[in-house]
Design a protein around this ligand. Structure first.
Ligand code: HEC
Ligand code: HEC
Length: 151
């Protein structure tokens, strides 16, 4: 019986071990009250598309660590440069929560490069979905390594 419980341990723990850090040490505490700084790390596009708030074509959060929790404030002043399928370029700058968002039309797929203080970090693949935080969760979905992390 004891062996059985130990064997089950890792799978029970894994849900908790993703997202137990907050590099900035500061959390958003405003719930769903409307703000550019709201819900860092959560899926902005999906919630807004469900009839809450304005629609966004692309949005996400730049964070301090791959495993940062939902609602943990991220990293500001990171330039998020998008190049869409038509070659149009769009640059967004993360705010003090690490959030960035736009409602401009983006032809899919797009590529993205982050830049801060001359350092860069690039997603090697193209994406068809502007909801960065859907894949870039603390645990990482669809092969993503975790959060969108500052360069
Ligand atoms: C769980 C739902 C939910 C999530 C997740 C969410 N929002 Fe919101 N957002 C709302 C609601 C509700 C409002 C207020 C809508 C209203 O009052 O019309 C709002 C409003 C806003 C506004 C103000 C829009 C305006 O009218 O000027 C901004 C900016 C915003 N959200 C950005 C974000 C960003 C960026 C993210 C992701 C990091 C995000 N939101 C995640 C629900 C959400
Ligand atoms: C459908 C899932 C998905 C979406 C949506 C997505 N990504 Fe990614 N991202 C990935 C995967 C998978 C990787 C790892 C492979 C690669 O680099 O292409 C990745 C890698 C990255 C990396 C490099 C990670 C590292 O630290 O080496 C960055 C930066 C990044 N993504 C930023 C973004 C941004 C910004 C957005 C939104 C504009 C976004 N991603 C949307 C899946 C996604």
């Amino acid at each position: 019986m004891i062996l059985f419980l130990l064997a089950c341990g890792p799978s029970l723990d894994s849900a908790d071990s993703a997202g137990t850090t907050c590099t900035s040490g500061h959390y958003w505490e405003g719930g769903n009250s409307e703000s550019p700084f709201m819900n860092p790390g959560q899926d902005c596009v999906a919630c807004h598309a469900s009839g809450e708030g304005p629609d966004y074509t692309l949005a996400g959060t730049v964070m301090g660590d791959y495993a940062d929790d939902d609602d943990c404030n991220g990293v500001e002043s990171v330039v998020v440069s998008i190049t869409d399928a038509d070659g149009n370029k769009l640059s967004l700058t993360s705010n003090s929560a690490g959030n960035f968002y736009t409602n401009e039309a983006i032809a899919m797929p797009y590529t993205v490069v982050l830049e801060k203080d001359g350092a860069t970090r690039e997603m090697s693949g193209e994406q068809e979905d502007g909801a960065c935080n859907r894949c870039h969760t603390a645990g990482g979905e669809e092969g993503a390594p975790g959060r969108v992390v500052a360069p």
